[in-house]
Design a protein around this ligand. Structure first.
Ligand SMILES: [Zn+2]
Length: 438
């Protein structure tokens, strides 16, 4: 199908009468109203836009800020305009339900978030959130009934710590509520500001096993799909993360009078460690990544041999076993570096996030949905965290990625093409309809 033909079909989808699911090759599956989806994304972008800026200047819609509250009010207005009855749960999440024909069937839940990082872009979270709303509108416009109840979710404070979805999954402890968010408010204060009730968070819990599945459309945030020209990513899972704190002890001494062979330079050891991380992580095939992203040098003075360095090592991969092995290899290399540089290197494993696997059944359903729209797919892991990883603890989970141009995210330069976004929304819609039939 040529690009022009696809654009024509997306643009005219609202005008033609089509079956919800293509039963025959000649039938065109139901599609969302792509121009309307674009319009709502542009309208949402004004909440948190820098003064005097345009869409291209990005957004600062930090959770619990006034811009966040205004953006949420806009989204709830869209839900109401399409005949929905949105509600705010005790956690501050926005939920909009659509009844199914069979009340005995579990809910198909889908959604994303509309909060952003400071100076973020207009696609991270917004694409999946407003596509979910658009899907409800499309189904209502066409009067299409599903067997399962449907529910769209706008999770609160994804960028902070997956707060809303963690509460829904029962993964946030009472002490976490006192943590201070980027807005300056604690999570508890923020929840109150959004209309939630931090004293009754148990009512926002979604019991394990009670959902048919959870689906999330999101921008890739990396550059793989755009580079390879593939419109739809089928997420295999959200990566496991191991975090280490590393302390390197040398000896601080005069930079003029200490001969080179006698130095115990902690920063030199750190430099060798950074290289060792790079070598160990790239020594074998796969998509694993490793980063030294933070470093403190003491005394950090021009004329002193550095005596102490504290730094971090972070490892990510879908396989928790793989990053555990890489961590061991890096530690072994560090001990050799310590010997060579006359320093002591100490590793502390400070955090482990387990991987969140997408349900194989949902991954193949997403592929079928994309195939019905003549869209190519590839499977890939998500290197970034998402609300979907919390939902994976309680329900079969699936994620759909659309390309991020240049692989840029958490930046005003974040960009996904409008036809890629429409494709993603249509794949989400078709996935919901396919799951509904089974
Ligand atoms: Zn996001």
């Amino acid at each position: 199908m040529s690009l022009n033909r696809r654009e024509f079909l997306l643009g005219s989808a609202a005008a033609c009468v089509v079956p919800a699911l293509a039963g025959f090759a000649s039938e065109q599956p139901l599609q969302v109203n792509a121009p309307r989806l674009r319009q709502t994304l542009e309208e949402l972008s004004v909440f948190g836009r820098p003064a005097g800026g345009t869409f291209a200047d990005g957004v600062s819609r930090v959770a619990y800020s006034d811009a966040d509250v205004a953006g949420r009010r806009y989204v709830m207005g869209l839900m109401e305009a399409s005949g929905g009855k949105p509600r705010v749960d005790a956690a501050g999440n926005i939920l909009c339900s659509r009844p199914g024909e069979d009340t005995s069937l579990p809910t198909i839940l889908f959604g994303s978030h509309i909060d952003s990082v400071p100076h973020g872009g207009n696609f991270d979270g917004d694409v999946g959130s407003l596509s979910s709303v658009e899907i409800l509108r499309t189904l209502n416009d066409r009067n299409i009934r599903t067997r399962h109840p449907l529910q769209a979710a706008i999770w609160q404070n994804e960028e902070g710590a997956l707060v809303g979805s963690s509460i829904a999954a029962g993964e946030l402890s009472a002490s976490d509520l006192q943590r201070v968010s980027t807005s300056g408010l604690t999570f508890a204060e923020g929840i109150r500001k959004l209309g939630g009730d931090p004293n009754h968070l148990d009512t926002a819990r979604i019991p394990k096993g009670s959902l048919r599945c959870y689906l999330e459309l999101h921008i890739e945030q990396g550059g793989t799909l755009a580079q390879q020209g593939i419109p739809i990513g089928v997420v295999e899972g959200i990566v496991s993360i191991d975090d280490y704190d590393v302390t390197i002890r040398g000896f601080a001494n005069h930079a003029g009078t200490t001969p080179m062979p006698e130095r115990r330079n902690a920063l030199l050891a750190a430099a060798k460690l950074i290289e060792a991380v790079q070598e160990v992580v790239t020594a074998e095939p796969g998509r694993q990544v490793g980063t030294v992203g933070h470093m403190e040098v003491t005394p950090n003075a021009r004329n002193v041999v550095p005596g102490l360095v504290k730094c971090t090592v972070e490892l990510r991969d879908l396989s928790a076993e793989k990053i555990a092995i890489l961590g061991e290899r890096i530690e072994a290399r560090a001990q050799q570096i310590a010997k060579d540089t006359g320093t002591q290197i100490q590793f502390e494993h400070v955090a482990h996030d387990p991987p969140a696997t997408a349900a194989p059944e949902i991954q193949s359903t997403i592929e079928k949905a994309a195939a019905s729209l003549n869209l190519k797919t590839m499977r890939l892991p998500s290197g970034a965290g998402h609300d979907a990883q919390m939902m994976a603890r309680i329900a079969p989970m699936g994620m759909i990625f659309v390309p991020s141009q240049g692989g840029i995210s958490h930046s005003p330069q974040e960009l996904s093409r409008w036809d890629d976004i429409a494709n993603g929304a249509n794949v989400l819609l078709q996935t919901i309809l396919l799951v509904d039939r089974t």
